[in-house]
Design a protein around this ligand. Sequence first.
Ligand SMILES: [Zn+2]
Ligand SMILES: [Zn+2]
Length: 310
Amino acid sequence: MITSLIVLSSFGQTLAHKDSINVNEPIIKVTLLGTGTPQPIIERFGPSILVQAGGQTLLFDAGRGCLQRLNQIGQSYDKINALFFTHLHSDHIVGLPDLWLTGWLISRRKVPLNIFGPVGTADMIKYLQMAYAFDIKIREEDDKASEEGGKLVVKEIQQGSIYDEGGVKVIAFEVDHYPVVPAFGYRIEYNGHSAVLSGDTRYSENLIKFAKGTDLLIHEVAIAPDTLSKSDSRYNILAHHTTPEQTARVFNAVRPKLAAYSHIVKLYGGTEQEILKRAQANYSGPVIMGEDLMSFSISDIVSVNAWQKK
Ligand SMILES: [Zn+2]
Ligand SMILES: [Zn+2]
């Protein structure tokens, strides 16, 4: 059920607040399944974003709990056309065994899942298949699970257009998450509209280049006290991500219809309110703090749908 609906049109302008649905049929729908980080908190599951357009159902990253979040919105694993990894940090991949094996068992999927990711993805999948070989064999023999449905087909990617099905294009672009190389963000295009997902990155000029003109920019963010010193063991966490002020620079350059935060890193007591305050001091366009199961409908306008339990 959708309750609070914020309707946004062109840059910086809020059109209306409504308590109803169907302002416009979405051309692209984006759902934040998990907006968290490695922190094992119940409010923000691991990073994972669902994008639906043109009959394609695409998943970006498979963080902790992504299958449970999919189940909450009634999205069956067997309807997912492809999975895209931004990079191989564990918070973005630990949900895969559950998604894949439990999803296969429950949904009775009958076709392989296509997986796209950086170099190293093929090895990871090969070893996961070995690690779970006992379960895979017994599910096929005992539970009569489809052999094809349990397969994972991997393609390691480089920057550029990597997927084109049903008019939906996915473009991978390199971001700066050094020393994690390569790490990708994604631009998803359909019918003249687009959404861009930053993945994990520090301030990235390449992201700005690929995100230009997008309707919706989902960007990561990290916050820490100004006093955090370089000798602090967590300094590198901040250094591998983007501060609120830096995201404001990105948003000012990209000028999306709507910017939203996901993958929210909070060090030493930083808060969501502080992130928004620091960003909005440097950026006057629409920006919103993402929540798990918040969704966005992109048509000629971008609307935000807060999740409410049925
Ligand atoms: Zn991460
Ligand atoms: Zn990362």
